[in-house]
Design a protein around this ligand. Sequence first.
Ligand SMILES: [Zn+2]
Length: 654
Amino acid sequence: MAQTAFAAKLTTSKEVVDLSLIDQTGNPCENFFQYACGNWLKSTPIPGDKSALYRFSEIDENTLVILKNILQNYQTGNNSPVQAESDKLGKFYSACLNTSGNEVTAKKGVDDLLEKIHLLQSKKNFMLLLASLHRQGINPFFGIYSMQNPGDATRMIATIDQGGLGLPEKGYYTDQENSKIRAEYKKHIKQSLLITGIRTEDAVILTNKIFKLENAIAKISLSAQDQQDPIKTYNPIGKMALQKISPAMDWNQYFKSINFTTSDVLNVVGPDYFLKLASLINRTSLSDLKAYMVWDAIRETSRFSTIALQNEHFNFYGKIMNGTTEREPHWKQCIASVDNSMGEALGESFIKVAFGQNSKDMADTLVFNVKDSLKEMITKLDWMDDQTKVGALKKIGKLNQKIGFPDHFRSYENLEVTDDSWFMNTLASNVMQFDETIKKANLPVNRTIWGMTPPTDNAYYDPTMNEIVFPAGILQAPLFNANSSLAANYGSTGATIGHEMTHGFDDSGSQYDELGNLKNWWSKESADVYKKKAQCLIDQYSSYKTDEGIALDGKLSLGENIADLGGLKLALAAFYKTNLNIPEDDMKTFFIAYGQSWCGKMTKEAERTVINTDVHSLPKFRVNGVISNLPEFAKAFQCSEGQAMAPKNRCSIW
Ligand SMILES: [Zn+2]
């Protein structure tokens, strides 16, 4: 892509640690989160269009402004033919901003989808219809995609997984405490049906049928906790065997229709789900199946659909589920949508303005030192036997890192983009991504691809690739600043790097070997000690309660809590590599940087959703839960034993 001239607002030069955010009246030994973030918490309200706000949300705002400048420049349309990608980016953004154009084309788009469903005459062609919906990114009943094969990390494998629920988790359909949400959800279904032109009396009847079927799907679905289990979710099965498990579903028809012909084997995330799903489909009337698919098609497209459907979607998912009071400005949704559909093209322009060589160099050094510390930590572990250590060290030896942006940016040559339909552009992008993922099934793994786009303010560890990935979007101030002190950068981004690396050794990641195969490299003795140590963290986090009195689920969040604890410990060890005699004040800065990297708050609605479905703990406990396990913290802040942040018994894993 040719360099374009525009005046983008450069990244904020904010320091990683901001002493003015500290609540000086708070006691760091009793509640460190409150101490490190107290003034921020007091002076920063959650904006109406957000359900959660973090100190690092500044990065997102700043990135949005940069991306807006880039896209506005591409919108002018005077890009030369060689700039086909920037032209497409500009068009995609324009189409999203063109609300009147989208109103007409989305209405037609929804009508066409519903017509396609209504045309289904018998269950014989049911799987053909599903295939066609899945291709467009609409996933009633289940979804299909390719992933790296956990049994053979060199190849991809097609995977089918449960799906098609409008509420976040199966518990929402039955739990007593969610009865109000269920009632609101039913209202939302009815309201959406009415918007698409269904008569009031029909809408009431259909809503009940739809909810009943969703409820039945929820009942046979895997829980959020089971979905975290790499063993339970890996079930390579032949196409014939799948047909036997679920006779009421014509898989041959389905696979042919989506062009999945490269392999006879696929991974079935929950075989029991598909067994029961087939019988559910078998005993449900065709008209009820169609009613549910109509609803699913409306629901899964409403974010980019007609304004009435967008608003109705927001009323339920924004207001009721997340406590947001107003919608995000439309241009921000448009940028998120461009990033979602053409993220690497957008990212290629982003890094030119927002990621300099000094950032890359510093991030590389941090990664190097944290990785080195992990190696030393494993070598010194007293509870792990030598045989298991060999496996662990092999794993670190092969650990790959991707920092900033990919070496090669993917092409969007096959994506058709119009300038008047956000709806159709999004479906076209879904089709492109679907065809690509199916084409990959059974092919050798491409180790150069990225799972996040460069502007993304997030990072990940992928156990099947055995790699950590840090996009340029998260290596931004105030989380990271090449000009801030080492103490600050190690406490903040160093801890995140350590966190992602530790995922390779959390309850789930530790079941993969150095190449990314789901293969046990643990001796029974070491595995038993590990389990016991993990139980300590389960108990610790399960004992925490929110201000509303809701208890955390220490089992669901175990992997993340292990990574949080390991992450800060590794960051500290890595920081020691820069100076063996860290001055007292720097040690405090290190911990404050960690605390302030998690300054955040969320609406009570969002908090409940997070506790039920998110594998991460709430910000307060990500800070207090971790630092209270580190004696170095108590020493730095001179806490005495028995204070909340200096308990007598600590949990320790790595
Ligand atoms: Zn994590």
